[in-house]
Design a protein around this ligand. Structure first.
Ligand code: ADP
Ligand code: IOM
Length: 342
């Protein structure tokens, strides 16, 4: 394997941190599951417009390829090699009102966490049999969910394209054919082993075997972050009764992309900021100050439409779940304050 030929304007963290020295040091290493440097960097090599460009194959990847992952983790989360991650998913500690009580700016709120099962490699190198097994374990556990969390599992295989497209358009389902995931090995055997569980109102959803083995999601119209968080916290603790998630003291919940380590939580709102978004510098200054990320209306790598943005917490490791939700709340309060003043 040769050192990759990155284009000159490449801005991904892979381009930044895969120096020739790091490459030489790591190029012949392998995790016990057979995950190599070539596999870890393929997504960023094939897609120089990646923001990060690196994926893990298993928990061990973060140790075996530490020379590459550590600086990325440091820059993205501000989290150092000797730090310990702590969790706090206690909804009672979220002392917050609805940041947009009149519903003038926030269209909807969504909070998701990523999870992977202990005892299995990550989706980048999972075998078809293992992936099917994950689907079985998770969808069976969800069958016993009650009350508001009660719902049904819909495998992707056999779903009509009309239903699939409608679910994607309405922001409930992951998209198909993502080139970043494709190059990471995450789309192998598509659509086998993938699917979506949701309750009747589609306020509680679980994606099975996308970028992570589970994406556990709570969402609803409007800006009640606390209600969305409370539902998610309950759902995650119910799932934890039936399965063990992959985690470590240092990195928290282990995910295939280093941006999701720790809480693996992305708490977001779809928010209309018609005026503020015209002033790109001011918009960026506020989102940077409050540790927020700006995405387009159809998720990562998509564009905004009609002045509506997907705003979410950026830090996920070295902060608790409660702090992730507070990052979103504090930032959104400020964005609304400034939007109103313009
Ligand atoms: P993830 O959040 O799982 O990392 P994406 O950024 O691809 O993945 O988003 C997945 C889907 O969730 C997309 O359709 C996106 O528009 C939708 N979404 C994200 N945040 C919200 C929100 N606050 N309200 C409604 N839909 C949302
Ligand atoms: N989480 C992952 N999809 N993403 C950070 C990809 C990238 O742009 O590198």
């Amino acid at each position: 394997m040769k050192y990759p030929n990155f284009p000159k304007d490449c801005k991904s963290m892979l381009c930044k941190y895969l120096t020739k020295d790091v490459f030489e040091e790591l190029k012949n290493r392998k995790t016990p599951n057979g995950f190599t440097l070539e596999m870890a960097i393929n997504s960023g090599v094939k897609n120089p417009d990646s923001s990060i460009g690196v994926y893990a194959g298993d928990k061990e990847s973060y140790e075996v390829f530490d020379l590459l992952f550590d600086p990325i983790i440091k820059e993205y989360h501000g989290f150092g090699k000797d730090e310990k991650h702590t969790s706090d998913f206690d909804a009672k500690k979220l002392d917050m009102d609805n940041p947009d009580p009149k519903g003038e700016f926030i269209l909807s709120t969504r909070i998701r966490v990523g999870r992977n099962l202990d005892g299995f490699p990550l989706g980048t190198i999972i075998s078809k049999e293992q992936r099917d097994e994950v689907e079985k374990i998770v969808s069976n556990a969800l069958k016993s969910f009650k009350d508001e969390l009660q719902g049904e599992y819909y495998p992707l295989k056999g779903m009509t394209s009309t239903i699939q497209e409608k679910l994607i358009k309405e922001h409930f389902l992951f998209k198909e054919g993502d080139r970043f995931l494709e190059a990471a090995g995450l789309n192998r055997d598509w659509p086998e082993g993938r699917g979506i569980f949701h309750n009747i109102d589609k306020t509680f959803l679980v994606w099975i075997n996308e970028e992570d083995e589970l994406r556990i999601i709570s969402m609803q119209q409007g800006g009640d972050i606390k209600e969305v968080f409370t539902r998610l916290s309950l759902a995650v603790s119910e799932l934890e009764k039936d399965m063990k998630f992959l985690k470590s003291d240092h990195l928290g919940y282990i995910t295939s992309c280093p941006t999701n380590l720790g809480t693996a939580m992305r708490a977001s709102v779809h928010i209309k900021l018609s005026k503020l978004s015209q002033n790109k510098e001011l918009f960026k200054n506020i989102t940077d100050k409050f540790h927020l990320q700006i995405r387009g209306i159809h998720g990562e790598h998509s564009e905004s439409e009609g002045g509506i943005f997907d705003i979410s917490n950026r830090r996920r490791l070295g902060v608790t779940e409660v702090e992730c939700a507070k990052d979103l709340y504090n930032g959104v309060k400020e964005l609304i304050r400034v939007e109103k003043s313009l």
